[in-house]
Every structure is written in structure tokens, then in C-alpha cells.
Write a protein that binds this ligand. Structure first.
Ligand code: SF4
Length: 308
């Protein structure tokens, strides 16, 4: 593993590989500097059942993001950069505070641009008795080299596979290469997971290690969702657990970039994607009822970030 200093001095942590010296200025796309920044650290109950369970997932929401999704539900922190800078020592404390609160796991939400800083903290916490699964909860837009640096530190990959179309990836996330990059990243996650013995659950059905691939279905884009499922099937067969999400929430800002995003997905659109997944015999979680509610979005109010 290269040193933390080296990685931030000429940053190539994410696929943007912008080579910014983050000790001097913020990353070109991610806008992250050389300190970990967090918007919220608290129990979270809206992940998939084997992640949230009864007691909640210990979710740590990191500020900033290198992917620029026009429909991001966490824009306040991803683009707005809301959050507080904390030390690696404070992150270490947060891990154990969440454990004390009863969290089933430590859920690192959008952590990739900070991994040079986070990885040593995970390593130390595990050595000091943090016996909870550590979850990487990200966009899927990852560099394989960075994922290799994390080998042995991540127990559960909760990762998106957003697009099959380069044009759509460019239009909605400013990342034309997303489909290929995310596929290579997923292959690396699968390699690491397979080496460790593949998906495992405890007696209560909570995931201890494994992969869940999330896909958010967008209005008017059912065909590309089906292509995403086909790509997953062609590359991994039916062995990956999926989460097919209907919770897309329209906001005023995203319709400026893509008018079709001005509504939630319809029941028919959702069922068409689920039917296709059934035809491929894929194993997936699905969402019931009105998932497109802002109540699924937590308050980013720095809860749990400082030790006061
Ligand atoms: S993490 Fe940020 S600074 Fe590093 S390569 Fe990506 S966009 Fe650039």
C-alpha cells in the first residue's frame, strides 16, 4: 500500500485521476481536501434488511463526491460539501461509539475519495477489537488499484451499478466511462469476496460479508436498467445479490438537466424491471410502497460527528 501522504499529494484515488495536490487545494472533481469530512454518524434504518436489521446500521456519511449525479439525494453533502472536518483519531472513536449504540455494522457512505485516510483507521480499529462488518457503500465508480489497497479491510461491498449507457452516464453523472469502470470495480470486489468465502450471514440473517449491487431505476430509462441487469448476469451469472431500487425522488434542480427526471418511476416501470430480473433468475431485494419519499433521506445535521 502506498503511503497516505503520497496518495494525497498527487491524487489518483478515484477514476478521475486528476493528480491534484490535496494538501494545497481541493480535488478537481470531488472537492475534498486532505482532512476527512463527515456530515452525520448515526444509526440508519433504511438500508437493505440484512444491513439495517432491528438495531440499525452505523452509517457515517462522508462529505463531497467525485461523481456528479444530477439526481443525487444527498446533494447537500455530495456537491454542497456540508460537514465537519475530523481527525483520523475522531473517526476511530466514532466507529466504537456506533458499536456501543448497537450498530450491526460500520457503514461508510461515499467514502472513496477519503480512503487513503480511512484505511489506516479501519486497520487499527479491527486490530483493537472492532468486530463489526465494515461496509463500503459507494457509487461503484472506483479504481481497481484503490480497491486492491483495501483488500482485507472491507467486509461488505454495498455498491451501485448505475448505468449501461456511456451517454447517459455522461449526461447524468459526468462520467462517460462509468459502465466499464464500474464493471471492472465490481469484478475486483467479487474477486476479494470470493477469496474470503463469498457471502455470509449470521444466525439472525445479518450479512457478515458479501456484496449487494444496488441499481436505482430512473423514469423513462427502463431499457438501460434491463441492460444493467443483463451485464451483471453475463459477467457474474446469478451469484450476486442485487437491490433494485424504486426510490428515485424528483427535485427541481435535476429536471434542468434531464426533463424526464421530473417524476417518480411508475409501478409499471418498476415491475417491468423486476420481471426482467425474474426472467434472468437474479436474486434481489425490492422496495415496497412509496419509496420515493424524502423521509428516506436522513438529516445532515452533524449528528454524532463531534464528541460532545
Ligand atoms: S479523489 Fe478527488 S482529488 Fe483524487 S483523483 Fe478523484 S477527484 Fe481527483
Amino acid at each position: 500500500m502506498t503511503t497516505e501522504f503520497d496518495q494525497l499529494e498527487r491524487c489518483t484515488i478515484c477514476p478521475r485521476t486528476c493528480r491534484t495536490n490535496r494538501h494545497e487545494k481541493a480535488g478537481a472533481l470531488c472537492k475534498a481536501g486532505d482532512h476527512i469530512k463527515v456530515a452525520r454518524a448515526a444509526l440508519h434504518f433504511w438500508e437493505e434488511p440484512p444491513i439495517s436489521g432491528e438495531k440499525g446500521s452505523g452509517a457515517i456519511f462522508f462529505s463531497h463526491c467525485a461523481l456528479k449525479c444530477v439526481y443525487c439525494q444527498n446533494k447537500e453533502i455530495s456537491t454542497g460539501g456540508f460537514g465537519l472536518e475530523i481527525s483520523p483519531e475522531r473517526l476511530y472513536e466514532i466507529f466504537f461509539e456506533l458499536k456501543e449504540q448497537g450498530a450491526h455494522n460500520i457503514n461508510l457512505v461515499s467514502p472513496s475519495h477519503y480512503f487513503a485516510l480511512i484505511a489506516p483507521v479501519i486497520k487499527r480499529a479491527k486490530a483493537d477489537g472492532l468486530n463489526l462488518p465494515v461496509i463500503y457503500n459507494g457509487s461503484g465508480y472506483e479504481r481497481v488499484e484503490t480497491l486492491k489497497d483495501l483488500e482485507g479491510l472491507i467486509d461488505i461491498w454495498l455498491t451501485d451499478y448505475k448505468y449501461s449507457s456511456n451517454q447517459l452516464a455522461q449526461k447524468l453523472s459526468r462520467a462517460r466511462d462509468y459502465p466499464q469502470v464500474a464493471l471492472e470495480a465490481l469484478k475486483e470486489m467479487d474477486r476479494q469476496n470470493t477469496l474470503r468465502g463469498s457471502d455470509q450471514y449470521d444466525g439472525a440473517g445479518m450479512m457478515k460479508q458479501g456484496i449487494i449491487v444496488r441499481h436505482l431505476i430512473l423514469p423513462e430509462h427502463v431499457d438501460q436498467s434491463k441492460k444493467v441487469l443483463q451485464i451483471i448476469y453475463d459477467n457474474f451469472g446469478t451469484r450476486l445479490k442485487l437491490s433494485l431500487m424504486s426510490q428515485y425522488t424528483p427535485t427541481e434542480v435535476n429536471t434542468r438537466f434531464a426533463p424526464e427526471l421530473g417524476r417518480a418511476i411508475t409501478k409499471d416501470e418498476y415491475e417491468e424491471v423486476l420481471d426482467f430480473a425474474d426472467d434472468l433468475e437474479l436474486d434481489y431485494f425490492w422496495q415496497e410502497g412509496e419509496a420515493c419519499k424524502e423521509s428516506f433521506i436522513p438529516s445532515f445535521d452533524t449528528t454524532g460527528v463531534l464528541n460532545c
